[in-house]
Write a protein that binds this ligand. Structure first.
Ligand code: HXC
Length: 513
């Protein structure tokens, strides 16, 4: 037995060395952690169990039969994050640049199958040169096996991808199918074709960082949801993100302990400026409404005219979708609609209630928007809200104009509770625009056109620029004093916690993609 144990321990030690000490040093020199260090940081101390540590590739071409590393470039297993079961795979760049062989893919697939059968999240820590070039089509098949599982797992269990090194070619499509992507700034990149191919095909010269680094994907493409400053920060953010999610679509997120106090926020109403055209930061409203320091923003730098993210309210995990008057006056456009829709669908898949904060002047006009499909993209957000069956609460703070009123979780598309502040204006459009259209003749005929327009604007505002017409129709359930909002929301989400609605039975809908 002693000898056998000795052999086992030798093999474990060998596996833990990955591609060897020199390569581990190289990884550290780049400011990166190794695959195992990342996993141990992610999991609660002592909880990680590794599987497939002794797996070797089966490749025989290009002298590969003489180059084998136990584990074959990926650490896989399960453990706990804040006491809850989580599956993980972590690519080991020290072994063939973390490239994906047939056996490497098999290990990942095994973890994904276990996660689906046992209904717990999968975290992928990606750091790879892509398809193992020596293996050819076997490696491509391995990728497709993973993409297929990603799709099967979508909506069943949360899937989060961390990009902690290269992620190129078709490899990008696994993270793209998962629910959230976290990229490490300066040490990771994602692209379908790299700078060399770009130069050949389009004659553009661009660095890897500019083409597909964290900043580009956080601001331009929206491919990444969260940016981390380094490996440790990335792992911390993954743990935080998981805390807002249930284990699977069959569960709800456990509530944190919470005692209801008076919850009065005396000055919250002062955040809204007197002038309807003056901006303010919706995040200062979010901070006052949610439990202390609980807001975790998603897509912070992408389409910042809408703010989305997780938070807790009265100890409950919720998703927030909020127009941001600080950016483009909070208007809905192509990217903000896409961003909002994706987030709403995640929350709905995983039983996370939605709070929607409305201050929206409408959809952004212009050829750029029309030709880039504001119709079909705006429809995504409308569709996402309409199909959501989780508890849905709206609060109109100021403007709720035109089609955007309907889209932003209105009563008509299935919201459960719709609150408004006294500053709310529910109308087809703002008083000035409306007066210019419907009183045009009178204004044109007047000797003092400016004065007449002003008078008509006031007349219109008196009639429509308030929440009482909508409340009179029951489209708003309650007009509330801003200071009571937090208490009302806590009670509302508690009241809605057992909500169950059924939808017509069908295979699946056809969201306008
Ligand atoms: C086999 C690979 C590899 C790969 C890297 N290595 N990528 N081995 N297959 N895809 C090996 C290197 O040979 C090297 O081995 C070690 O990993 C570290 O690589 P370096 O080049 O020294 O590291 P670095 O300078 O940091 O550059 C990293 C890199 C570069 C940018 C990722 O290695 C690279 O460009 N690799 C090729 C990327 C690529 O074209 N992959 C295929 C993409 S297509 P030694 O022994 O010298 O240390 C694809 C299709 C997927 O993935 C399709 C799915 C549908």
């Amino acid at each position: 037995m002693k000898d056998k144990l000795l052999l086992l321990n030798q093999k474990i030690a060998e596996a833990k060395l990955g591609g060897g000490e020199d390569r581990i040093k190289k990884q550290h020199a780049k400011g990166k952690l190794t695959a195992r260090e990342r996993v141990h940081l992610l999991m609660d101390p002592g909880s990680f169990e590794e599987l497939g540590m002794l797996v070797e590739h089966r490749s025989v071409d290009f002298g590969m039969e003489r180059q084998k590393f136990l584990g074959d470039g990926v650490v896989t297993g399960y453990g706990k994050v804040m006491g809850r079961l989580v599956y993980v795979f972590s690519q080991d760049f020290t072994v063939f640049g973390g490239s994906l062989s047939e056996t490497h893919a098999e290990k990942i697939v095994k973890i994904m199958e276990l996660a689906m059968e046992n209904k717990a999240p999968v975290i992928g820590l990606n750091d790879s040169g892509g398809a193992r070039i020596q293996e050819g089509v076997s490696s491509l098949g391995g990728y497709a096996d993973i993409f297929y599982r990603n799709t099967l797992a979508s909506g069943l269990i949360p899937q989060i991808s961390a990009i902690m090194g290269p992620c190129a070619g078709g490899a990008v499509y696994s993270p793209a199918i998962t629910d959230f992507t976290v990229m490490v700034d300066q040490s990771s990149y994602m692209f379908v074709t790299g700078p060399n191919v770009v130069k050949t095909v389009t004659n553009e010269e661009i660095s890897s960082e500019d083409l597909g680094g964290a900043e580009s994907h956080a601001t331009k493409s929206g491919v990444t949801h969260v940016v981390a400053s380094n490996d440790k920060d990335c792992i911390l953010k993954l743990r935080q993100l998981l805390s807002y999610m249930p284990q699977s679509c069959d569960e709800k997120v456990p509530d944190l302990p919470f005692e209801l106090g008076d919850e009065i926020k005396a000055n919250i109403g002062d955040i809204i400026p007197d002038s309807p055209n003056q901006p303010y930061d919706i995040k200062s409203v979010i901070d006052q409404l949610t439990d202390e320091d609980s807001f975790f923003e998603i897509h912070e730098k992408f389409a910042d005219n809408i703010v989305v993210g997780f938070a807790r309210i009265g100890g409950k995990s919720i998703g927030i979708v909020a127009n941001q008057p600080m950016s483009l006056a909070g208007v809905l456009d192509v990217n903000s609609s896409r961003k909002g829709a994706r987030f709403v669908r995640f929350c709905d898949s995983f039983n996370i209630p939605l709070l929607v904060l409305v201050d929206v002047p409408g959809f952004l006009p212009g050829t750029d928007q029309e030709w880039n499909g504001i119709i079909v993209n705006g429809a995504k957000l409308l569709y996402a809200f309409s199909e959501a069956t989780v508890p849905r609460v709206s609060l109109i703070l100021r403007k709720a104009y035109g089609g955007a009123y309907d889209v932003m979780n209105s009563k008509h598309i299935g919201a459960d509770l719709n609150f408004a502040w006294p500053t709310a204006e529910v109308a087809v459009m703002g008083a000035k625009g409306a007066s210019e259209i419907i009183f045009r003749k009178e204004i044109n005929a007047s000797s003092d056109q400016m004065e007449t327009l002003k008078q008509k604007e006031m007349e219109y505002a008196e009639k429509f620029a308030h929440p009482y017409k909508a409340a009179g129709r029951g489209f708003i359930d309650e007009v509330i004093d801003p200071k009571d909002t937090r208490r009302k929301l806590i009670r509302a989400f508690k009241m809605l916690e057992n909500k169950k609605v059924s939808r017509p039975n069908k295979k699946h809908g056809n969201i306008p993609l």
